[in-house]
Design a protein around this ligand. Structure first.
Ligand SMILES: Nc1ncnc2c1ncn2[C@@H]1O[C@H](COP(=O)(O)OP(=O)(O)OP(=O)(O)O)[C@@H](O)[C@H]1O
Length: 718
């Protein structure tokens, strides 16, 4: 059992409006100091707190996805493969970057988040561990308004799911689909499939993803190929994207949104209560059972798991209150200590095989002992029917007194004889009962008596029918109305089945037509309003300033990339010159005698070459520094472009909503976004410069997109 406190990392969302006056971050010490001056509205003499200080395991400001993964994810993958379960959860206010951290952006492979990165590393590691046989399964669960949804179920997503805990405190969700994955591509495809199903169910239930908690779990079964195979190490890695914590008063939520916010706040406040209870040493009751989320995370928080919490903050001035609240919660979380241990199960199938082999060996051993002890061949297998019959005869003869004694040759025979005695006794009792020598026991029905032997009541007019009043004569059996539907119409059984199937098909068709109608209605509205065209118009008018800044950024990016190309060429030339100068100097050294070397004598030409070499090295260093600076500028511009693009799309959607009166639900409909999806990822085989590591990610993305498209078309054509 290893005691590990929950590790807390704070990640700031990049912003141009960073509240430098209020927030001071020290990345080296992990300290964040916040100052909010007393507001004049409340009078300067008040008890309003002005300063807050927090220290965390790490604070990441403007960190790349790769850095975040290196710090938060890598270690947990190695631990999970070693048998220790782990959890990575993103917590923070709405819009602070939880989903970006966990799932990442699908626009570009380099912005992929913790989930796809964990999957990649996991499969890389599995490939390297040939001494182990590791089975990977994945599940994807969503909790929305205290209801659980299975995002990989395919059909009905929320039936029969229940959170359970085994004797060792290992939490599992009964009924949740776990998809077995052989490759990285399989697992990433499941992740995308779950994401798509989440979007579809959002559309159906009219909910927003940011308002649900999501848990993607990687389940591992690890068997050794070299040691005992019946031992199975079970571990899992929970990747949790929590719903955004937000203040209903500030956002002015009402109606459904208010209800959702209340559910979120309730479950997050239950989470806080659990964390508070765990951080207080005297508390013996931890209120896990108050909500689905806390129940599900029972082994992640205060249980058997290595856990990392990423607290996402939005460091702008008008978000300060939420930032402080997130940091307070994160600070509390640091006080919680988990106890991790390896969970080892015994595989029943392997155990049975092992025991079967043991039994076979023992039988052989016994046979050998019997032979040595001159006991003849004793069998240990069950009796055949012929052998049983023989034992039955022996028993019968013994009971009849025809046999004085029974020769016993094994325990197995004793058992069989007892069995035969019991059978003979039972048959005897039955016989006596039938001959009315002994009364029948109440419980045992008389199965021996034929129905025809039973006395039938006379069927006649005026008889009381089953104590339900008097009938006016007993109708023929076939004249009675029947509850058996097959008798209602005069159709033979086979044909009836066909009719029934047909009816079912009709019903199914009808429901599909209604579904298709719904979708085609949405489509018609979209056809009437060409969203692509509307977007182009918007870029030229209302969104022109953002669009212009994107274009400028792209131009700058291109210019800087061109510069890097030129400078790289220069670097190559400089390196070549350095090498040739070095060769000249080496040649000169070779031509010198011992004395010249000892005295360090150099001629004019060598001096000139050495000087040139020094200058070349200096130039190369300057050149490389400039390239490095350009690369970092490119990174910043890249980020700016992403943010501006997100802002442009956001503004456009608001504008589109206002102008065409479409509901947000329509805009979120996958049908509307189809075109954007098509553009987002290209076929990897068509790209020469595609990163080899990205292939599984891109293929999985394409696979899921194609699958969704095919399903949609199939639905439309039915
Ligand atoms: N580190 C980052 N770098 C670049 N963009 C970011 C970063 N963090 C967040 N963003 C951007 O900020 C926006 C909001 O982020 P995100 O959706 O991840 O927030 P969230 O905390 O999950 O919100 P919600 O609770 O509403 O789901 C997105 O457009 C995302 O791309």
């Amino acid at each position: 059992m290893i005691k590990t406190p929950i590790k807390v990392i704070v990640r700031t969302r990049p912003t141009v409006e960073f509240a430098y006056k209020n927030i001071n971050i020290n990345e080296n010490t992990g300290h964040i100091a916040i100052n909010i001056p007393k507001s004049a509205e409340q009078g300067f003499v008040n008890h309003q707190q002005e300063d807050w200080g927090f220290t965390f395991d790490k604070v990441l400001q403007n960190a790349s996805q790769e850095v975040v993964f290196d710090i938060c994810g890598k270690e947990l993958i190695h631990s999970a493969l070693g048998g220790y379960s782990g959890t990575i959860m993103a917590y923070g206010q709405t819009g602070a970057g939880k989903t970006f951290t966990m799932m990442g952006s699908q626009i570009d492979y380099k912005y992929r988040g913790m989930m796809p990165r964990c999957i990649s590393l996991l499969f890389q590691e599995i490939e390297a561990r040939y001494e182990q046989q590791i089975t990977v399964g994945v599940s994807y669960l969503e909790i929305y308004n205290e209801m659980m949804y299975d995002l990989l179920a395919g059909g009905d997503q929320n039936t029969g799911l229940a959170i359970q805990e085994d004797n060792n405190g290992y939490v599992l969700v009964k009924g949740l689909t776990i998809k077995k994955c052989q490759t990285e591509e399989d697992a990433i495809a499941q992740l995308f499939e779950g994401e798509t199903n989440r979007t579809i169910s959002e559309h159906k239930l009219n909910k927003a993803s940011s308002r649900s908690h999501c848990v993607f779990t990687v389940h591992l079964e690890i068997r050794s190929r070299v040691e005992s195979a019946e031992k199975v190490i079970i571990s899992k890695l929970n990747l949790v994207d929590l719903a955004g914590s937000e203040r209903t008063k500030k956002t002015g939520s009402e109606g459904r949104t208010l209800l959702e916010a209340q559910f979120i706040n309730k479950s997050l406040s239950f989470l806080e209560q659990v964390v508070v209870a765990l951080s207080e040493k005297q508390r013996d009751h931890i209120p896990y059972r108050q909500s689905k989320l806390t129940n599900l995370l029972k082994d992640s928080i205060g249980g058997n798991s290595k856990t990392v919490m990423i607290a996402n903050i939005w460091p702008e001035k008008h978000q300060l209150e939420e930032t402080i609240s997130t940091l307070k919660f994160a600070q509390r979380m640091m006080k919680v200590t988990n106890e991790s241990s390896i969970r080892v199960n015994l595989d029943p199938h392997v155990l049975i095989k092992k025991y079967e082999k043991e039994i076979k060996d023992l039988r052989q051993e016994l046979a050998m002992h019997d032979t040595l002890a001159n006991r003849g061949r004793i069998q240990y297998e069950p009796y055949t029917p012929e052998q049983q019959y023989k034992q039955q005869q022996i028993a019968q003869q013994f009971l009849n007194g025809e046999l004085e004694d029974i020769d016993i040759d094994s325990l197995r025979q004793v058992k069989e004889l007892f069995f035969q005695f019991r059978n003979l006794y039972r048959n005897l009792v039955k016989d006596l009962e039938n001959k009315n020598y002994i009364p029948r026991t109440e419980k045992e029905p008389d199965v021996s008596k034929k129905k025809s032997d039973q006395v039938k009541p006379v069927e006649s007019v005026g008889m009381e029918e089953n104590k339900h009043g008097f009938g006016l004569g007993k109708a023929r059996k076939d004249a009675k109305p029947t509850t058996n539907i097959e008798n209602l119409v005069n159709i033979p059984k086979d044909e009836f089945k066909q009719v029934d199937d047909k009816a079912q098909q009709e019903i199914r068709k009808e429901s599909q037509i209604t579904e298709a109608n719904k979708e085609s209605t949405i489509e018609k509205r979209i056809v009437n309003v060409d969203k692509q065209q509307a977007f182009s118009d918007f870029k030229n008018k209302e969104g022109s300033s953002i669009n212009q800044s994107i274009i400028e950024n792209i131009n700058q990016l291109k210019e800087k990339k061109d510069n890097i190309l030129i400078l790289s060429e220069v670097s190559i030339q400089l390196k070549n010159s350095i090498e040739s100068n070095k060769a000249i100097i080496a040649q000169k050294q070779q031509n010198k005698n011992q004395e010249e070397i000892a005295q360090g004598i150099i001629d004019e030409e060598e001096y000139g070459t050495l000087k040139e070499l020094k200058d070349l090295k200096k130039k190369l260093k300057q050149n490389q520094d400039t390239i490095r600076n350009l690369k970092s500028e490119i990174n910043t511009i890249d980020q700016n472009i992403i943010q501006s693009k997100a802002a442009l799309v956001q503004k456009f959607e608001e504008h589109f909503l206002k102008k065409y009166g479409l509901t947000l639900q329509d805009i979120n409909n996958p049908l509307v976004n189809q075109k954007e999806e098509e553009y987002s990822i290209n076929d990897p085989s068509e790209q020469d410069d595609v990163d080899q590591d990205a292939l599984a990610y891109i293929r999985a993305k394409n696979k899921v997109t194609q699958l969704q498209k095919a399903r949609k078309q199939e639905k439309m054509h039915k």
